[in-house]
Design a protein around this ligand. Structure first.
Ligand code: RB5
Length: 145
């Protein structure tokens, strides 16, 4: 699986740690920036990763800012994206099983590295359950039309 990852300055350090973790799991990464602690605007990076997912440069995307809120809102503006902001492992699992989320958002100032890795594992290792959830996800996507 190839994963796109991006953050603003608030998420930069967690992004670097998660890149190492993804690498240790043998997952290929595309890093859409940012590349330092210097202040940047989170919509630029939410958009970049989301567009990468939709262009099929990567299968799924991870975005990180201070709270995860701004960057998830930005990512969700790109047509076809279902970006779930998660601060617990149960929500991360459900975001795949019920919502077929193709992006995960994390808040680096909200959760620590250990929890972020557990959330990431839950999200990566869960699959869409299909069945009754298909029509609900389709209804979400119809809102974009
Ligand atoms: C940057 O200071 C901060 O606003 C950003 O990382 C994020 O929390 C926005 O939602």
């Amino acid at each position: 699986m190839k994963i796109g990852i991006g953050s603003d300055h608030g998420g930069y350090e967690l992004k670097e740690k998660l890149k190492k973790y993804l690498d240790s799991r043998g997952i290929e990464i595309i890093d859409y920036g940012t590349n330092s602690n210097e202040s940047v605007d989170y919509p630029d990076f939410g958009k970049a990763v989301a567009e990468g997912v939709m262009a099929e440069e990567c299968e799924r995307g991870i975005v990180i800012c201070g709270t995860g809120i701004g960057i998830s809102i930005a990512a969700n503006k790109v047509k076809g994206i279902r970006c779930a902001l998660c601060s617990d492992t149960y929500s991360a699992k459900m975001a795949r099983e019920h919502n077929d989320s193709n992006m995960l958002a994390l808040g680096a100032r909200v959760i620590g590295e250990g929890l972020a890795i557990s959330i990431l594992d839950s999200w990566l290792d869960s699959e869409f359950a299909g069945d009754r959830h298909i029509k609900r996800v389709e209804k979400i996507m119809k809102i974009e039309e």
